[in-house]
Design a binder for this molecule. Structure first.
Ligand code: NAD
Ligand code: ZN
Ligand code: ZN
Length: 347
């Protein structure tokens, strides 16, 4: 089968021919219908050899931590799904046994590292291939009638903002303000989740007019170029009070201080992006009672909820399709920041 693999540090991924895997006991083989391209893949492929191997990533590795497929073959003992089922892959695999996993929060599994359990595409071979192995039926969620190409990215670009936003919803009633920094793959879905679930006025920031046009298109109430004047404009829009929640889907050197500076009293500052930024904060440098969070991905039940939002017509992912053979180009376009919404690879 064809697979898009990261084969050499610092090189573009390439399509190679590898054997179709055979599902062992408890495993499921999917015929992949779609795999989403995330900026985190770009981050991983940007690591030095030391950082890459130090983080435990194998080489070669099939990319793709957003996946959807049709159940193709069952390993011994699998009973909860059947051949032909349309499914989405819940990516943050955990042990299924610890306290966090027991609550469906496998994204915060406390045993995964010790057991060598890694997500598909981020340690284990992922979805950018004609077939992929899933280690347990627990890591599949029914997709039903949802179009896999349009919705595969909800497994990360939907689930991650959903998890980030859900915990701040009590602070986002009518008359409140939410700021979204970065309106790419995650951000443009985050805006739609905020509009669907909260009463907040959504202020979206990005670096170009094209990106802000997408933000407007998906429902942002106000759009601003993310520059040195943005903080003052947000203060003005919020009547001097600052925002009730700020979601930073960039997490870079300029954006995290911006996020903190526009946070109002008792607000949440949620840093989702892993762009290498940080901030010092303490008494006097952030509004009173503001909280800073760094969430990772989301829970299995939240993935079911995000898919339900899509089914209800409340989320529409902007998708740019690529073939597997064209996979390297998808990553080049992502790095060049020319993708509108999410790039999706269709084998
Ligand atoms: P993306 O490339 O699709 O979108 C990033 C957007 O940020 C682009 O629209 C870009 O123009 C914009 N941007 C860049 N610099 C900016 C600035 N200074 N101000 C405002 N906007 C700016 O990326 P993505 O796939 O949506 O991922 C976003 C980030 O989230 C990445 O860092 C990714 O690694 C991270 N991520 C984190 C998690 C998690 O669980 N915490 C999960 C998925 C992705
Ligand atoms: Zn991701
Ligand atoms: Zn666990």
């Amino acid at each position: 089968m064809k697979a898009l693999r990261y084969t050499a540090i610092g090189q573009a991924p390439e399509v190679v021919d590898i054997p179709v895997p055979t599902p062992g006991p408890g495993q499921i083989l999917l015929k992949v219908t779609a795999g989403g391209v995330c900026h985190s893949d770009d981050y991983v492929m940007g690591l030095s050899e030391e950082e890459y191997t130090g983080a435990g990533y194998p080489l070669p590795m099939t990319l793709g931590h957003e996946g959807a497929g049709i159940v193709h073959e069952l390993g011994e003992g699998v009973e909860t799904v059947k051949v032909g089922d349309a499914v989405a892959v819940y990516g943050p695999w955990g042990c299924g046994y610890c306290h966090n996993c027991s609550q469906g929060h496998e994204n915060y599994c406390t045993n995964a590292a010790a057991l060598g359990i890694t997500p598909p595409g981020l340690g284990t071979d992922g979805s950018m291939a004609e077939y992929m192995l899933v280690d347990d039926a627990r890591h599949l969620v029914p997709l039903g009638d949802l179009d896999p190409i349009k919705n595969v990215s909800l497994t990360d670009a939907g689930l991650t903002p959903y998890h980030a936003i859900k915990r701040s919803l009590p602070k986002l009633g009518a008359g409140t303000f939410a700021v979204v920094i970065g309106t790419g793959g995650l951000g443009h879905v985050g805006i739609q989740i905020l509009k669907a679930l909260s009463g907040a006025t959504v202020i979206a920031l990005d670096v170009s007019d094209e990106k802000l046009e997408l933000a407007k298109h998906v429902g942002a109430d106000v759009t601003l170029i993310s520059d040195a004047s943005a903080a003052e404009k947000i203060r003005e829009i919020t009547g001097g009070l600052g925002a009730n929640a700020v979601f930073d889907f960039v997490g870079a050197k300029p954006t995290i201080p911006l996020a903190v500076s526009v946070a109002g009293i008792d607000s949440d500052v949620t840093i989702v992006g892993i762009g290498g930024g940080d901030v010092n904060f303490g008494f006097g440098t952030i509004a009173y009672d503001a909280a800073v969070r760094v969430p990772y991905w989301g829970s299995r039940s939240e993935l079911i909820e995000v898919l339900d939002l899509a089914r209800a017509g409340k989320i529409d992912v902007e998708v740019q399709e690529y073939s597997l053979d064209d996979g390297a180009r998808a990553y080049a376009d992502l790095a060049a920041s020319t993708i509108r919404g999410r790039a999706v690879i269709v084998p």
